[in-house]
Design a protein around this ligand. Structure first.
Ligand code: ZN
Length: 503
């Protein structure tokens, strides 16, 4: 063994231990959402705080940093080892930029803000949350200063979720989306032929819904021997290892499609996590490079596959059989229309594909204004409502249906929302190229065969882990920089056909 192979081996061992502790943390979080009895919450909070502190201490150990720098400076590493060192060093430097006292204060304020937000939302009373939002914005500005940035301080926050993305880039992308998607929504709302979806207003047996989600997850290629599905209030995906990737969904007897679309969405995330390389286990390389690219996988499966006509041609007979007497005369076209119904609404998480990005864009605009000092926390409700009026044509009746609906700001997560819209854009740009590479994709989906789709994603996206950035993945696949073009074309084609719109 040469010196650097020895060092590398001990580095991998140490990083493996950090990864083990983080996986234990993730498992405790999963348990908290899925199994834990309510009275377990205080103890769970302590357990998580202790383990998080241990993981942080292990990872920010100066000896680990020195080892990484030596390996990076020494050169002569192979491509994979070089990337491992480079990516880990990036994380290390970011983790050590924030002073411990700041991390502590931030965590304390997060808990207070969260409690206040829950109450404020319940009472639809922004005034209860306002001082906490003000504190959070102050802390986030400090955080940006610690981390460093060029241009807007918001860029430092974006870096946590979508590395390399900037306010400058997003402003251009989002301006185009906002104009064109608002216009599309207006044309849809005014279209003379609106689908009749009265038949969806029935009670749907929860067990039958649940069973159907499992069937579709299996068909998608989700490995149930290396994963499982449970129920939780908010659907999510988590992983403790390549061979233990779990999803959750929620079942509502009044909603025919929400468990199914939730499962397909999380299934898309899970297939990504099951697609990393075995050799990358317990390292940062077995991770997605950004939230936006992760979201591209869930949205591609949910919307471009699960809300497509070929998908419903395949599943309509099975779906009718699953709910006998309730759907007997419903055609695959009607399923397709109902699952793609466009209706401007107040709540982001319930929004359809055409309005979804508009919800994201208004949050991005408010966040940047707050962080850049152009908007005070107290001005948020008024600014929010004005944007909802202008983008969605709706009057917000109260703040629970407006600026208090999302949990993100109470966590101090600003810079997160844009990744949802980027996920849509990346998904469309990747999907366009996939249809070129695999011309019979739609015919295969119509037969319930998702293998070519999954194989393509494995090869072009999943297998890279963090070896490439999100932008590099999209650029290498499509030959173009990420843009709004593919997504806007996708929406225009799909919804023109659904609503009989004139181009
Ligand atoms: Zn998602």
């Amino acid at each position: 063994m040469t010196v650097s192979t020895e060092k590398l081996a001990s580095l991998r061992e140490e990083l493996g231990r950090v990864s083990d502790v983080r996986s234990a943390i993730a498992l405790l979080h999963w348990d908290q959402e899925v199994n834990m009895p309510p009275k377990g919450a205080p103890a769970r909070g302590e357990q998580l705080a202790t383990l998080s502190a241990i993981a942080h201490r292990m990872f920010t150990d100066p000896a680990l940093g020195d080892g990484l720098k030596e390996l990076a400076d020494g050169g002569g590493l192979g491509a994979d080892d070089g990337k491992l060192v480079e990516e880990t060093l990036y994380d290390y430097e970011r983790a050590t930029k924030l002073p411990e006292s700041f991390v502590h204060t931030f965590a304390e304020e997060q808990s207070k803000a969260y409690v206040a937000w829950v109450e404020a939302r319940e009472k639809a009373d922004f005034a209860l949350f306002c001082p906490h939002l003000e504190t959070m914005v102050d802390l986030l500005r400090q955080k940006a200063d610690f981390l460093g940035y060029e241009g807007s301080p918001y860029n430092a926050l974006l870096e946590d979720y979508e590395r390399g993305m900037t306010v400058e880039q997003l402003t251009g992308l989002f301006a185009e989306l906002a104009t064109k998607q608002s216009d599309l929504v207006e044309r849809i709302v005014q279209a003379p032929s609106q689908p009749d979806t009265a038949w969806t207003e029935q009670e749907w047996d929860p067990q039958k819904q649940w069973d159907f989600t499992l069937r579709v997850l299996g068909d998608m290629g989700y490995d149930m021997e290396a994963g499982r599905q449970d129920k939780s209030i908010h659907p999510f995906t988590t992983n403790f290892d390549l061979y233990d990737v779990r999803v959750t969904t929620r079942v509502n007897p009044k909603e025919l499609f929400s468990a199914l679309t939730g499962s397909i969405h999380e299934g898309g995330h899970a297939l990504y996590e099951q697609g990393f390389r075995d050799a990358d286990r317990r390292t940062v390389l077995a991770e997605a490079p950004s939230l936006g690219i992760h979201e591209s996988q869930s949205r591609m499966w949910e919307n471009m596959v699960g809300r497509s006509l070929p998908f419903w041609k395949h599943y309509a007979p099975q779906f009718r059989k699953q709910f006998p007497g309730q759907l007997d005369s419903v055609t695959h076209e009607q399923f397709h229309e109902a699952i793609n119904l466009v209706r401007p609404s107040f709540i982001r998480v319930e929004a359809d594909e055409c309005t979804y990005n508009l919800h994201v864009i208004l949050r991005f605009e408010l966040e940047t204004a707050l962080i850049e000092g152009d908007l005070e926390a107290a001005g948020v409700p008024e600014a929010w409502n004005a944007k909802v009026k202008s983008y969605l044509g709706l009057e917000v009746p109260n703040d629970a249906l407006g600026c208090l609906q999302d949990i993100h700001w109470s966590h101090g997560s600003m810079g997160y929302f844009p990744t949802y819209a980027l996920g849509n854009l990346y998904a469309a740009q990747l999907f366009e190229k996939m249809l070129e590479d695999v011309p019979d994709m739609r015919a295969r989906v119509e037969q319930g065969d998702f293998r070519p789709l999954l194989d393509w994603l494995r090869r072009n996206v999943h297998v890279h882990g963090r070896r490439k950035t999100a932008v590099e993945i999209v650029r290498d696949v499509s030959g173009r920089e990420p843009s709004a073009e593919a997504y806007l074309n996708y929406l225009e084609r799909k919804y023109s056909a659904l609503y009989g719109l004139q181009p």
